[in-house]
Design a protein around this ligand. Structure first.
Ligand SMILES: Nc1ncnc2c1ncn2[C@@H]1O[C@H](COP(=O)(O)OP(=O)(O)OP(=O)(O)O)[C@@H](O)[C@H]1O
Length: 228
């Protein structure tokens, strides 16, 4: 459960990036986050990952108060989060498999087990056949799916994706979204920011932000788009 209670965020010397946000995201939900450029979407996602702290209000993620979390609490929080952010690029001097193994290796998983789980994650996003390729030899959409595999390899409870289909053609965007949805299908909470009208048209729950404010929160009457 992720709970924003009157949360605001002001970067130093700037106007409010987020203003008075009250919002509950129950466990296991698939939420989309939309709104114009500068609306505060990335800021909202970064706060859930404690990459930014609220300036006012209370944000709790799985019971942890993000405003009060100590540096020693961050590894525990982040272990339960899968992050797909633009700035988290794949390591270009390691192959795809090694990139996906890294989150497991850093928490001390044995190499053979890490490899097995990384291969399973790559299989899930349809890229097992590219395991030994260099990331830069893959298309943008494939690299994004590797980033998803890396984010889900730890089986986190929550996955946060910041514009995961930006700059992708329709076919690649669909594959990226389907990979995220399959992860949601096994019980994780997924929050995905997007400008993509086609994705939003089939979304069940959309949170709209505008100039840092919650513009609307919508549950569409129709069901979620199938995995076509
Ligand atoms: N590190 C930062 N320092 C200062 N201001 C920031 C910082 N990050 C974001 N902002 C400002 O906060 C506001 C919200 O930015 P944010 O990146 O959250 O919007 P966004 O909805 O994700 O935009 P986009 O769709 O263009 O990625 C903007 O006015 C932005 O300039």
């Amino acid at each position: 459960m992720i709970e924003f209670q009157k949360v605001s965020k002001q970067y130093s010397g700037k106007s409010m990036a987020l203003s008075d946000i009250t919002l509950s995201i129950p466990k296991g939900e698939l939420f989309f986050l939309s709104g114009p450029s500068g609306a505060g979407k990335s800021t909202l996602l970064k706060m859930i990952a404690a990459l930014e702290r609220p300036s006012a209000g209370i944000l709790t993620v799985n019971g942890q108060d993000i405003g009060r979390i100590k540096p020693s609490g961050l590894p525990y929080l982040r272990r339960n989060l899968g992050l797909i952010f633009q700035q988290q690029r794949l390591l270009s001097d390691r192959n795809v498999l090694t990139n996906v193994m890294l989150p497991l290796i850093v928490v001390g998983t044995a190499k053979s087990d890490a490899e097995k789980r990384a291969r399973a994650a790559l299989d899930k996003v349809g890229l097992l056949d590219k395991a030994l390729f260099a990331p830069l030899s893959l298309s943008g959409g494939e690299q994004q799916r590797v980033a998803i595999a890396r984010a889900i390899v730890n089986k986190p409870q929550v996955i946060l994706a910041d514009e995961p289909t930006a700059n992708l053609d329709r076919a690649s965007a669909t594959k990226v979204l389907d990979a995220l949805k399959s992860f949601h299908g096994v019980g994780a909470t997924c929050i995905i920011s997007t400008h993509d009208e086609q994705i939003l048209a089939g979304a069940q729950r959309v949170i709209y932000l505008n100039q840092g404010k919650l513009a609307a929160s919508e549950s569409a009457a129709f069901g979620e788009r199938g995995n076509a």
